[in-house]
Design a protein around this ligand. Structure first.
Ligand code: ATP
Length: 315
């Protein structure tokens, strides 16, 4: 369980003082996948760094699994940090070490016996789906594979909490989903708490159970993901939800006579036009179905359809 009570982190003094995190209260139950979303400069990185003691609060209390992280001595922090794993946008792998060497490193630092390190490293390679790649160098891996190494390394010391700092922001959409699914699977299997920061609502929707929306250092809205998606209260949250709406294809119902059907099939068979066709059925003299039009193709797409004599309406 993670608890933040009236936590602030200010930088600078006088007129140049910045409240990177400002009076934040949050409760994150154990085992949850908790998202923190906000635009650049909202304070997400500072917030996540407060959770592993890389930043100390200017005011308030940060408690992670019973340890008051904000008040802990450096020595105490060294003891709790292995139980708080972290993964990063740019993976932060050591280029001079193989996959195996990167994953083993935290266990070497913790002084685990060689045989145990060897056994756990192999286990972790399997867990993150990198079988057969243990001897590869980071430079030989794709972005998604590098992040898999990052995840395995973060799990090496069997943490209770995994912090993810924009962990999928450098990845393409398909790889993003694979990494998110891996994180969700790890959360289920190992029961650890995941806190992730992101500027993409898609990430929140795909794996988070709850979310906090940040703006100017403050948490302006928080709750279960289903509730926030159903009834977003704040303008910033609504803008983030707009990201999803605008990334999804527009669905339009169509009705057309057989002579227009041939033209429509040609349009739908040209991928560059961004239009695809679903569930085309015939009812008497009319074909009915659903068109999916990618947002960037919407204006041109509808014009093309109208030119071809095809009526479209929303529904
Ligand atoms: N070490 C620092 N010294 C001074 N100001 C800082 C420091 N770290 C962060 N800030 C400021 O605090 C504010 C919040 O920054 P933070 O990096 O936490 O936001 P963010 O939401 O993670 O943004 P991004 O996604 O761009 O990293 C910004 O105005 C930033 O300039």
């Amino acid at each position: 369980m993670i608890s933040l009570s009236a936590v602030s982190r200010h930088f600078g003094t006088g007129a140049s003082r910045v409240a990177a995190v400002d009076q934040v209260d949050l409760e994150i139950p154990g085992g949850e996948i908790f998202g923190v979303i906000g635009y650049s400069g909202a304070g997400k990185s500072t917030l996540i760094r407060l959770l592993n003691g890389l930043e100390r609060p200017t005011a308030g209390r940060v408690v992670v699994n019973g340890t008051d992280i904000g008040a802990a001595s450096e020595r105490a922090l060294r003891q709790v940090r292995p139980k708080i794993g972290m993964i990063f946008q740019h993976f932060n792998l050591l280029w001079s070490r193989s996959v195996r060497g990167n994953i083993a490193l935290p266990m070497e630092i913790a002084g685990l016996p060689k045989e145990e390190i060897r056994r756990r490293t192999e286990e972790l390679i399997g867990l993150v789906g990198l079988d057969g790649r243990g001897d590869h160098w980071p430079s030989q891996l794709s972005g998604g594979q590098k992040q898999r190494v990052g995840i395995a390394r973060a799990l090496a010391n069997q943490p209770d909490v995994l912090l993810c700092d924009e962990a999928t922001s450098a990845l393409d959409p398909e790889t993003t989903d694979q990494i998110l699914d891996l994180l969700a699977g790890i959360n289920q299997r190992l029961g650890l708490t995941i806190v992730l920061i992101t500027h993409e609502m898609h990430v929140v929707r795909r794996i988070c159970t709850s979310v906090a929306v940040m703006e100017a250092g403050r948490v302006i809205e928080t709750g279960p993901v289903a509730q926030i998606f159903a009834a977003p209260q704040q303008a910033v949250t609504q803008r983030f939800l707009g990201q999803i709406a605008s990334a999804e294809p527009k669905r339009l119902r169509i009705g057309l006579h057989p002579d227009a059907a041939q033209r429509l099939l040609e349009i739908a068979a040209t991928p560059e036009l961004g239009i695809s066709l679903n569930n085309l059925t015939r009812e008497g003299d009319v074909f009915r179905g659903e068109l999916l039009i990618r947002p960037e193709a919407l204006t041109d797409g509808i014009a093309q359809l109208r030119d071809a004599g095809i009526d479209v309406w929303e529904g």
